[in-house]
Design a binder for this molecule. Structure first.
Ligand code: NAP
Length: 259
């Protein structure tokens, strides 16, 4: 399917690896020019070079922490006029509801709620003026079904979801859509580190920890970054102009709910 977005320009945050990279790859395949970001420059430059070589698109790489004001300023300056924004950042650490201090909450809110909001505030006006734009926020399955050990994530991402629910409807009339993608477990470094944590805590092997987690997913496996990226690219396509303020769950059936 031709997604109809060849030549558009996208900023994909936190995209040297994992789900962000999956989104960048699918957009590059659709002919979209890219601005990529991550903190570490080595993996970022490698991803940028790989996408240039595979898809022949322009790729600008900005090494910066997207959760800081200074990092965002540098990324936005390099990005310039952007038609597509994919927000993403690392997720907060696991723990128990009784563990976290005010500082822990502020850090999680900064990374997973206020950073995507600041990026939207910076880029939505240009999209609205030009009469076309797409925003996809990478959030989490935790928005639909709270994860007991990821309370910081449950809280911050639900706050972002409320902001998007209201804002998406205020900008839709200008040709700009905002939607959220909710990953269940996907095979990335983040899933690896959570599995290592469970293995260490329960005194079991990494394989056993994964097997137990596969058993909680009706699809019987983890999702892939490529599947996730393809869904993101569709939400950024011309065909998705009537999809507004939605929360699209990619979880292999993991959340047991009728709607
Ligand atoms: P990942 O494999 O750990 O990849 C994270 C990517 O983001 C890397 O490129 C990393 O590069 C970059 N990054 C992290 N923090 C950053 C920051 N502050 N500024 C700029 N770049 C940053 O993670 P993932 O699995 O793709 O997950 C992406 C998001 O989805 C996370 O918020 C995660 O919590 C959420 N999620 C993931 C899953 C899953 O199963 N994978 C499930 C639910 C929710 P650098 O380290 O070099 O910065």
């Amino acid at each position: 399917m031709d997604l109809g977005i060849k030549g558009k320009r996208a900023l994909v945050c936190a995209s040297s690896k994992g789900l962000g990279k999956g989104c960048a790859e699918a957009l590059a395949e659709a002919g979209v020019e890219l601005v990529l970001n991550a903190r570490g420059s080595e993996a970022l430059e490698a991803t940028a070079a790989e996408l240039r070589a595979r898809f022949g698109v322009t790729v600008v790489a900005v090494a910066a922490d997207i959760t800081t004001e200074d990092g965002r300023a540098r990324v936005l300056e390099a990005a310039g006029q952007v038609d597509i924004l994919v927000t993403n950042a690392g997720g907060p650490p696991p723990g128990l509801w009784s563990d976290w201090s005010r500082d822990d909450f502020i850090k999680a809110l900064d990374a997973n709620m206020l950073t995507p909001i600041a990026l939207m505030q910076a880029l939505l006006p240009g999209m609205m003026e030009r009469g076309w734009g797409r925003v996809v926020n990478i959030t989490s399955q935790a928005v639909k079904a709270p994860n007991a050990v990821l309370g910081l994530s449950n809280a911050a991402r639900t706050g972002l979801t409320g902001f998007v629910a209201g804002t998406s409807r205020q900008v839709a009339g200008t040709g700009v859509t905002i939607n959220n993608l909710l990953p269940g477990i996907h095979a990335t470094d983040r899933a690896d580190s959570l599995d290592h944590g469970v293995a260490a805590k329960e005194g079991i092997s990494l394989d056993e920890a994964r097997k137990r987690r596969f058993a909680t997913i009706p699809a019987g496996r983890y999702g892939t970054a490529a599947e996730f990226g393809a869904t993101c690219a569709f939400l950024c396509s011309q065909h998705a102009g009537f999809i507004v303020g939605q929360n699209v769950l990619l979880d292999g059936g993991g959340v047991n709910a009728t709607i």
